[in-house]
Design a protein around this ligand. Structure first.
Ligand code: ZN
Length: 502
């Protein structure tokens, strides 16, 4: 078969598979927002059958033939050409899918779904003993999985590839050690500062209807196209793209607290804005797909934190917030801005401020790495968890629910996932630094309500490329240098030096 014909068939196969995947996405969205309680069992059956179908399509032996036919002409194509980028990703997906024996894939899918259900029930009861066997089983299967898909350095590297292609453990260890030192140092200086932001200004009565209105206004202004998206209530906030013209978010607002609903919404809108910037013409192929969780998270965190917690942003939005919420009318802009940036070590990752957030991720990274290296047993995990919280955050969890059972990730088999949150922060700071260099003072633009220049910069340098480059290459292309944690450290030091008069 000629290369051109093989490429045409691969592309068609990829797009048709993507239609099934996007039907699954729609079913998941419904499951997390609208489904009646008694509908869950049937939905799980639908999704399992769809996953089987997608797995078969991805491991179809014809894919191998088509890839083979393209191999001979590979040297003639530039590495970042459309064809090369798509073929690189199709080959990667095919290899990962076919290297895992079917019985292992089935056992993993089952253990992940059982683990997540067990976690739901047992976290509520603080039942670590009951949950432990599920985690042990998942760890055994994930180790088998790592051996099956293969790795260059160590087993944990194999897991990273599912979330951040091209990332490796050795690099993360270096990155986290620099970030740990900078974060703990900054935290100590903040704790010594006499400045104490008034966080009570974020508590009071924030009617849900008004919160939803204010959120819609804000995210639309930032560039989230609501004609190609929607916002619904949910218990755990998320973003989910069905396809071109349909990138949705779901948020959870609390009547008595302004921050979680608002910043959660801006975060998820950041994910949706990225999806809306992917090439619709390339939908269903790697070129039209988000490249990694780290890059995805860089977009959500850039809008949520770098933009959404900045003074320029609130210069524009605070008077508008005051129109919506009576309780904010006697508050000054500076007090409000200090409150949304207040730093205080806490036990809960999702409530953490920007300074301590990466320490939460570091703890999880160190623990899962130790589990994978065989340096830590599941049996000893709670004690190790508590010890690291004492060491890095000066706090000890009162129970398992606030401690080792806090997140769903391990229960759902998502090991190797956590580092992508910090990578997102690293990429976001680096991209924002570069964008500011090209666009001028971003704070001045934000204060005038001008977010389009930044959005267009991200569209041009990040979004439209989809998976043309590996994540690190994409960041290097966009910012002019390989990912470097220094930009995040500088950003945090700058922002909090001003806020806490350091
Ligand atoms: Zn996110």
């Amino acid at each position: 078969m000629r290369a051109a014909e093989a490429y045409r068939r691969l592309k068609e196969h990829s797009v048709r598979t993507a239609y099934f995947i996007s039907l699954g996405a729609l079913a998941s969205w419904d499951q997390r927002t609208m489904i009646p309680p008694k509908g869950h069992q049937h939905r799980a059956g639908q999704l399992a059958e769809l996953a089987r179908l997608v797995h078969r399509r991805r491991s179809d032996p014809r894919v191998q033939e088509w890839l083979q036919a393209l191999q001979d002409t590979e040297a003639e194509r530039p590495a970042d050409s459309d064809i090369s980028a798509n073929v690189r990703e199709w080959r990667r997906i095919y290899q990962r899918v076919t290297r895992v024996p079917e019985d292992l894939a089935v056992a993993l899918a089952q253990a992940e779904s059982e683990g997540e259900s067990a976690w739901e029930v047992m976290k509520a009861k603080n039942d670590w003993r009951g949950f432990k066997p599920f985690l042990k089983r998942l760890l055994v299967l994930k180790k088998e999985y790592a051996e099956a898909v293969g790795y260059q350095g160590e087993p944990y590297d194999a897991l990273l590839q599912d979330y951040e292609p091209g990332e490796n453990t050795a690099n993360l260890i270096t990155l986290f050690s620099r970030l740990r030192e900078a974060s703990t140092n900054l935290l100590e200086r903040i704790e010594d500062s006499p400045q104490r932001p008034r966080t009570d200004v974020l508590r009071g009565s924030f009617p849900l209807r008004e919160q939803r209105r204010f959120i819609r206004e804000t995210v639309a202004r930032l560039g989230y196209d609501l004609e190609a998206g929607r916002i619904d209530p949910t218990s755990h906030p998320f973003e989910l793209s069905v396809g071109p013209g349909d990138s949705r978010i779901a948020v959870r607002c609390q009547q008595e607290h302004f921050a979680p609903g608002f910043f959660g919404a801006v975060h998820e809108a950041g994910h949706a804005i990225y999806e809306q910037g992917l090439s619709a013409d390339d939908w269903g192929t790697p070129l039209g797909s988000a490249v990694s969780l780290g890059v995805h998270e860089s977009q959500s965190r850039l809008w949520e934190n770098v933009v959404g917690r900045s003074l320029g942003f609130w210069r524009f939005f605070f008077p508008r917030a005051q129109e919506h919420f009576e309780g904010l009318r006697g508050i000054t802009l500076n007090d409000f801005h200090a409150a949304v940036n207040a730093v205080r070590p806490s036990l809960i990752r999702v409530e953490a401020d920007e300074v301590t957030y990466n320490l939460h991720i570091l703890i999880r990274f160190e623990l899962e790495l130790a589990l994978f290296r065989g340096e830590l047993e599941v049996e000893d995990l709670p004690a190790a968890w508590n010890e690291k919280h004492r060491q890095y955050l000066g706090l000890t969890p009162r129970d398992y629910a606030q401690g080792v059972m806090q997140d769903v990730h391990w229960a759902a088999g998502q090991m190797g996932y956590f580092p992508t949150y910090t990578l997102g922060n690293v990429y976001a700071a680096q991209l924002a630094h570069k964008a500011a260099g090209e666009l001028g003072d971003l704070q001045d633009l934000f204060a005038k309500g001008e977010f389009a220049p930044l959005l267009l910069w991200l569209r041009e340098n990040v979004h439209r490329h989809g998976s043309r480059y590996l994540p690190k290459e994409l960041i290097a292309q966009a910012s002019g240098e390989p990912p470097n944690v220094r930009y995040l450290i500088d950003y945090l030091n700058d922002r909090f030096a001003t806020l806490y008069a350091l």
